[in-house]
Design a protein around this ligand. Structure first.
Ligand code: ADP
Ligand code: ZN
Ligand code: ZN
Length: 815
């Protein structure tokens, strides 16, 4: 008997192995088996993909050594999805497997293991386990190969696997930080102080202590004690609002008026779960549209303006899926967005909401994976970023892809370079589930699919309640400069708007799509710009670390004191990033509380949550940030949004630049005035008459779509074609060029002028590798055959010895 295995290696293909008779019963599809692979007798745990395999008739065929699992760890539906991903994105099944399976489930000779507890467990009574635990006491860490030697076993994996399950061992990559949720602290009245009379008595008692009385009054006001809101107030909010200190609060805790307790951030108070909001008439109509569309088509695009209540609609659909006992996958483009969403979803659906994203410790993903396999009913709703789609769903009824236009759905590095939105639709299809794609600024692709009738389309074009869409004001910075109304990067018009908002106790968000202090330093004499030694890109100055940094390879450099071309000491900074904006703003508005949100300030585990929760509690007046601030944030008091430099967004050298610029500007604008008065958005630009800015100002998403579609049609870009980007990389530039030229000419024999390049990409050298790119436009109607041709051409060229050493990156549907 023979089986096909998927192995965690980047070698294309599946691998046929012989199954010894004693293992035949157990080597079923989706289970892990141990197999030798490659030279040096390395062992890997592979996944059984097929069991009814015919004898390949090879002279020497390797046999599997053991079967690790008694039940599948990968379902057949997952295997089918892996096939789709590997086929569509032209990557190996091994690469998909490595992206999908939690690390702890992928064992190899190189896997390193450590003891799980601090103390060595008592004698296990099992000689092998004891030997192993003793060795780990001495050496701390062992590789699988070490264990094999130690125990004189050819295949030590079954022993290891058993001990991993018993919890005496751990995979080295799983140790380290334990996941501890960020805690929020709350204040409420003690039981004894809760009655009407008791509370009156307290008011009397505190009469002579104005600070304490103020604290109690603020609590009563904020907790809405006489309405039906929650009876608790966040500790920080209460202290800030009442202008008191922790010492005041502690006094009242000692006197047993208040009690303070904590709860993980985002978890609703007990008893608050389950309440649904009543939908408005436009929301009901849109929901009916979605339902009707989904009765006929597998996918429905929900085009709903910002703050229209799309999330409320999703929750209705989720409740329906749950009612039928089916699972829901709710995808968000960015981990950052999950906190707010999880809070709302837990408030409605309780603790069973499963969470999956890459910032969770590896252990959490393993646990979730195994829990879903054991009991699919345990997590009827899974919320997560990209990789959540790779979890073992049992019976999906609904997939929600929120902010479906977002480029973060696309994985860039490493392969599989998949778009989670597109693969979510494939996943849904295999379960017979429905997909809802939601956005205020849908992607060209999805709009096009809706218009062609492949997807249903539902619209919700009014904001919830009486909220109006924000007023957009274009600020001509050239003109303001002429009138001496520019303060650095800020126009007086915008500054006044921000100041007025703060005076009204409202908040502002400022968007600048570059991090760091300044992108570039330049020699005033000769124009020299400091560049990374390993990448062809200019360096960004980061003031906090007082150094230059390469945003491509991460290397740091000391700041230059003089020009390395002409020696001049006259260097100036050009351009500006979020760090500089934050600093300048602090000088202009010294009383404002300003915070910054970008990759640099959100590295820590809870850093992102902390900034957002402080903003949500009113502890920050102005939030400055990169595209992170454009997405999904829902804070009522934000009434002013400023886009510091729109020209920069529009000038990006990419065919999607206008689409992206429109989406980013509209999305960040949508953070403004979500409940109160409309709110104002300031767009600063030189080219204020740029048509895209006009479309943002008019909130004209469809107009944008029409304009852009014509452009795409004329130039043969998606959605009219599908793109594949091929990038050749080598340390030796000449070799990268030679291979790229060879590949391009082979491609041209079948695809003609649908092959663009080769040419050096905008950053032509990264980490000392020289890059050459080819872009292929495949005809939508001949997509399959086009891709087959591509595959053959690549295999042919890379089979030649002179090209073999050149690295090739294939990116299908690049973003
Ligand atoms: P979107 O997802 O379209 O941006 P949200 O679902 O976040 O919109 O809704 C915007 C705000 O309006 C949220 O604070 C939400 O709680 C509130 N909201 C939306 N619909 C309702 C409703 N039917 N009743 C009460 N509040 C609502
Ligand atoms: Zn110079
Ligand atoms: Zn670099």
């Amino acid at each position: 008997m023979f089986i096909e295995l998927i192995l965690p290696v980047a070698v294309p293909g599946v691998f046929t192995y012989f199954v010894p008779p004693e293992l035949r019963e157990r080597a079923g599809i989706g289970r892990r088996v141990v197999a030798p692979f490659g030279q040096g007798r390395k062992l890997y745990s592979g996944i059984v993909r097929r069991t009814d395999v015919r004898d390949p008739g090879l002279k020497r065929i390797k046999a599997i050594l053991s079967v690790l699992d008694e039940a599948p760890v990968v379902t057949e539906k997952q295997l089918a999805l892996w096939d789709s991903i590997s086929g569509h994105y032209m990557c190996t099944l091994g690469e998909v497997m490595l992206a999908a399976l939690p690390g702890a489930l992928v064992l190899s000779s190189e896997t390193r293991i450590v003891a799980a507890g601090d103390e060595r467990p008592a004698w296990t009574g099992n000689a092998r386990q004891d030997v192993l635990l003793d060795a780990l006491e001495q050496r701390h860490e062992l590789s699988m190969a070490d264990v094999g030697e130690l125990l004189a076993l050819k295949d030590p994996m079954p022993v290891i696997k058993k001990m991993l399950e018993q919890g005496t061992l751990m995979i080295a990559e799983e140790i380290g930080e334990k996941f501890t949720p960020r805690m929020d602290r709350f204040v409420r009245l003690t039981e004894a102080a809760s009655s009407e009379e008791a509370l009156h008595a307290w008011f009397d008692r505190l009469e002579k202590a104005p600070k304490l009385l103020g604290l109690l009054m603020k609590y009563v006001e904020a907790s809405n004690r006489f309405g039906d809101g929650p009876r608790e107030v966040k500790r920080e909010v209460l202290l800030r609002a009442s202008g008191t200190t922790a010492a005041h609060l502690n006094k009242l805790v000692e006197k047993e008026l208040f009690e303070v307790y904590e709860r993980p951030a985002g978890v609703p108070p007990p008893g608050a779960v389950g309440r649904a909001k009543e939908l408005s008439a436009p929301q009901c109509a849109a929901l009916d549209h979605v339902r009707a569309a989904l009765a006929e088509k597998p996918v429905c695009l929900l085009h709903g303006v910002t703050a229209s209540g799309k999330t409320e609609l999703y929750m209705e659909l989720i409740a329906e899926a749950m009612g039928k006992g089916r699972q829901t996958l709710y995808l968000l483009p960015e981990i950052a967005l999950t906190t707010q969403a999880i809070g709302r979803l837990r408030a409605r659906f309780g603790e069973s909401v499963g969470v999956c994203h890459s910032r969770l410790p590896p252990r959490a993903r393993t646990d979730l994976w195994l829990a879903m396999l054991r009991d699919p009913a345990a997590h009827p709703l899974i919320v997560g970023a990209r990789s959540a789609l790779l979890l073992p769903f049992n019976d999906l009824g609904l997939v929600v892809v929120d902010e479906e236009h977002d480029p973060s759905y696309k994985q860039h590095e490493p392969a599989p370079r998949y778009n989670a939105r597109d693969m979510a639709i494939v996943l849904a299809g295999s379960h017979g589930a429905r997909t809802v794609l939601g956005s205020a600024t849908p992607s060209m692709e999805s709009f096009f699919n809706a218009r062609e009738g492949r997807y249903g389309l539902a619209e919700l074009l009014v904001r919830h309640g009486d909220a109006a869409l924000p007023k957009v004001e274009r600020v001509d910075i050239a003109d303001e400069a002429k009138r001496k109304r520019m303060r650095g990067h800020f126009s007086e018009t915008m500054l006044k708007g921000i100041e007025a908002a703060i005076a009204r106790k409202e908040q502002a968000i400022l968007f600048q799509n570059r991090r760091g202090y300044v992108p570039v330093w330049q020699c005033e004499t000769c124009g020299w710009i400091p560049e990374c030694e390993h990448c062809d890109v200019s360096l960004t100055y980061h003031k906090q670390q007082h150094g230059l940094r390469c945003h491509y390879c991460g290397r740091s450099y000391p700041p230059p004191s003089r020009c390395s071309a002409c020696g001049s000491a006259r260097l100036r900074m050009i351009g500006f990033g979020t760090e500089k904006i934050e600093e300048d703003l602090a000088l202009l508005l010294p009383d404002a509380r300003i915070a910054r949100m970008d990759q640099d300030t959100t590295r820590g585990k809870h850093a992102f949550d902390r900034i957002l929760s402080r903003f949500g509690e009113g502890g920050i007046d102005i939030l400055v940030g990169t595209q992170m601030v454009t997405k999904g944030l829902d804070f009522d008091p934000v009434t002013v949004v400023g886009i510091i430099n729109a020209d920069q967004l529009l000038r990006f050298p990419d065919f999607r630049a206008h689409e992206r610029a429109f989406q980013m500007m509209s999305q960040v604008a949508g953070r403004s005035g979500r409940k109160r008065d409309p709110g104002t958005v300031y767009i600063q630009a030189r080219d204020i008459h740029h048509p895209v800015i006009g479309l943002v100002t008019a909130h004209d998403t469809k107009g944008m779509y029409e304009r852009e579609l014509e452009h795409r049609r004329a130039h043969g870009y998606p959605p009219f074609t599908r793109l594949v980007r091929l990038v050749m990389k080598h340390r030796d530039e000449a070799r990268a060029i030679a291979t790229a030229d060879a590949l391009a000419s082979v491609l041209r024999t079948g695809l003609g002028d649908r092959v663009l390049g080769p040419e050096p990409p905008p950053v032509a050298r990264i980490r000392d590798l020289h890059l050459r790119g080819i872009l292929v436009k495949l005809d939508r109607n001949a997509y399959r055959s086009g891709k087959d041709f591509l595959r053959e051409a690549i295999d042919r060229v890379f089979a030649m010895p002179e090209h073999r050493a050149v690295r090739l990156v294939i990116d299908v549907d690049p973003m």
